[in-house]
Design a protein around this ligand. Sequence first.
Ligand SMILES: [Zn+2]
Length: 646
Amino acid sequence: MKFFTASFVCIGAFSSGVKTQALDFRDYPVQPVPFTQVQVNDGFWTPRMETNRASTVWYDFQKCEETGRIDNFAKAGKLMSGEFRGIPFDDSDVYKVIEGAAYTLALHPDPKLDKYLDDLISKIAAAQEPDGYLYTARTIDPKCRLDFFGPTRWSKLEGSHELYNVGHLYEAAVAHFQATGKRSLLEVALKSADLICKTFGPGPGQLQEPPGHEEIEIGLVKLFRVTHEQKYLQQAKFFCSIRGRPETHKLRGAEQQDDKPIVEQSEAVGHSVRAGYFYSGVADVAALTGDRAYIEAIGRIWTNVVSEKLHLTGGIGASPNGEAFGANYDLPNDSAYLETCAAIANALWNERMFLLHGDAKYLDVLERVIYNGFLSGVSLTGDRFFYPNPLESDGKGKFNMGSCERAPWFGCSCCPVNDVRFIPEIASFIYATRADELFVNLFIAGTAKIDLAGTPIEVRQTTEYPWHGKVTLTLTPAQPHQFALAIRIPGWARNQPVPSDLYHYADGLAPAVKLAVNGKTTKVKLDKGFARLERTWKPGDTVLLDLEMPVRRVVANPAVEADRNRFALERGPLVYCAEGADNSGKVLDKIFPGKIQLATRPRADLLGGIVTVTASSDNSVALTCIPYYAWCHRGPNEMRVWFPTR
Ligand SMILES: [Zn+2]
């Protein structure tokens, strides 16, 4: 069986002179079940994945065409004449849409999309210089943006994004190769990566400088997985290792995670998207090389984030100043930045932390991100986007890059093109395996075909999550087979909204968690956040998980000034907000001093089908709340997540 996202079996020999090597590397102890093995058939996620496939992929390509992003490749390749248009890192936007398109193609044959990608890839190949260099702005006109990329190649790495761009190229190339079997983009990527490996390193005449914006580390690891060429893994490790080392280059400071070596870092600092990609790359390198110091470093940084720098929505990067992490406990609401890309980076990092440690606490963060701070970033129609995702709005401030609503596109459009590649990937977070252990991580209905240590097992999951907490799993192993089924009991169902003391439930409730195997109630014993059921499973065995899902009142650690004397509302994995549209235009003037009554109401007719929550207080203040991800679909609006009690 071939793993799609994390672990690959090498396919064929490579024309770049690569010999297929034996599988002698270590890897993540837990392996994800790739989304190509998972058929999502879910009331909540299927419409979003379909919108992504049918609308957002094409919409993003159309925008890339309109804004000259695709012509830049044609111009660099001398297929057309003209000046470079846009920002030099715009190349990466095209690669990210290709990656998303390839994922949808892997699940859903589409000759039109396949052909579109072939044409686009021929332009990208034409834009590549003979030695592998690929950066359309400099190739079109080496003087067009000297301020941005410096007079010669790699002369301004702190800002040029030359390495960032090709990192996204590598991810796209691997996705396209795996979806189609075509090597066209992969050859471009390998040629580029070979140039990078030759140019950067500790050897004589090589450059010892890290990329400005991290990303190439993840991309190089993906090239390693698909080729088994050690040099790509070594190159990723080199880029991880030289940050913060003044003997190799002039340090750029915390903004670029370049103030001290990763193994000495303990706090999440600087640009939050860069940081999230960096920690993800470090996790990959650590998993594949067994580097304990790396694992410990990202463990310390993770603890810092979940304890002091995580918004309730799973967003990171509180400060618009440098799109960066703020100080510890500096978690503002109306001015919170929380870039959609940072939410994605946080999810990718937490998925990797889970694969390293097999602990559900990382999935608690991942789930919080995907249902809240990530999902708000894209409209229900899939063609309007948030760049920042604040937790409060007066409906007038133009927080979204000059708009107070989701926008059709941005000058720097990293977020819309990140959404398109992330949504299909969500299916690869649902299940995972470790030897004779099958993890059920997320509650998303559908079927999965899983190879568990040589035994094929089909898993069917039925659920109306996140609206109801009932989940039915039907297991069909090819023959009776003994293994452990590890079902995640979410933190929210265990009275722990986040794996730290940053937030807690303040209502004294203890929601029931029920588990039954073939109709027989089973005691829930927790191991790293999972209920582990070890037995000989037979075809047709069923497991019923029933998570009581009351509305919960959340309060923040008193050190968070912005949330003092305030509470937020959650139900299941969803954070709620109140929006003007449901409350006669006004939510920011409401105060809840006394006891609060909470009521839910299913509203199939509203915002794609939601459950609303009404909070009412003794002083007859009442607000109708909706899931945070769904806000701002009805015009500019007041919105609030944290409600004052005085
Ligand atoms: Zn972004």
